[in-house]
Design a protein around this ligand. Sequence first.
Ligand code: GLN
Length: 493
Amino acid sequence: MSNLNNLTISDALDGMEKGDFSARELTEAHISAMEKTRELNAYIVETPEIALEMADASDKKRAAGDAGLMEGIPIAMKDLFCTEGTQTTAASRILDGFVPTYESTVSGNLWNAGAVMLGKSNLDQFAMGSANITSYYGNVINPWQRKDSDAQLTPGGSSGGSAASVAARSAMAATGTDTGGSIRQPAAFSGIVGLKPTYGRCSRWGVIAFASSLDQAGPMTRSVRDAAIMLEAMAGYDAKDSTSVNVAVPCYQKALTGDIRGLKVGIPKEYRMDGTPKEIDEAWEQGIEWLKSAGAEPVEISLPHTKYALPAYYIIAPAECSSNLARYDGVRYGLRVDGESLDDMYERTRGEGFGDEVKRRILIGTYVLSAGYYDAYYNKARRVRTLIANDFKKAYESVDVILTPTAPSPAFGIGEKMDDPIAMYLNDVFTVPASLAGLPGISIPTGLSSEGTPLGLQLLGKAFDEETVLKVAGVVEEAAGFSALPQLMAGGK
Ligand code: GLN
């Protein structure tokens, strides 16, 4: 049973159904992979005992003919989802040692569907970042390396631990959250599939908030079919989240027909940006050709306000974060650093508890929300956001999906761009617009860069039309036939 951790979710479900192996064996294979790949620092907390208990329960459920959609599938849970009885930190010192007394809706949905928790995966602190280098628990290392170099690369962020664990085969799949690209960009950097659903599709209840009008949970997997299975298990209306939308959850796998004849695929001309490396543009052209050969029709479209998306995002997200993070005061959760007065205690707790990037964003956020600047920055950014959403609405009058690169570069080295927050923010250029518009998007691995590291393409869809996104993604996946393996995986180098 040595190769169990190479299977996709759909193959593993078949294997368990046929009795080829048990959930316990599958889970043991992943626990051992988790141990062998600790150098990647993908997990903040490993929960092997819980995993084995859940796996045994899964085997019983399957034997009783009562298997759920994800029965016996071992996954990593991004450490932004509150898990009852298991430490949840958002990768911040301020929550070090915080053990929730409740379960987030999405993680609860996954456990109800039979998924098995391997541990809590590492991330950028409070999900702020694009390289998983702002975690209090240390950087995550990408299991991929450049040809002829063993320099450590970032797995992307903020869901870097989730991406690295799935790529390194120490989890079959993982949850991510995406506020401005944190599922899609790490998926692209790590050679896996990452799906950000429509805002409101998955409940935010119990997910530690970064920017509430943007945050959305989604699956990170090694195949499009697995993303479809996992999304079905995660999604659904939740009365506890006022922005959760009450629309039925379809069986997403049924959308994977492979038939995209006649579909119109928008190619936004504003995404052809100066300075984008040639190989990123070439991969995009290749994607267009694949879809054309499958019978879809590429259509050039315009999303005229694209260039304002990043500045608007980096006002709105910090504004919301400054308000959401006001609750960490040393009284209710996690860290408390005593002081001479109550105010002093607040200041010391927040001063020592939050990392630099989190502080930077709180400062920006309080500034753009302050009385004198509110109209100039925050209100203007909100208006820009509406224009961006309208760009997409207009485009979707003539196309069914939109194809773009996921990120403007392959994985970069840990240490590169670290002292330049603006260069880091530019990484989100292709992912942020759809986040502002609340639209679904997926990243699919399509090939390798000249450095030998993964490249991804992004497909965006209409609100609540994850089915078309998945259908087209399935065709891209098939055409790309991406099968390369990272160097630093369990059983690898
Ligand atoms: N990289 C973006 C940021 O730093 C997006 C993060 C995210 O989606 N959580 O804000």
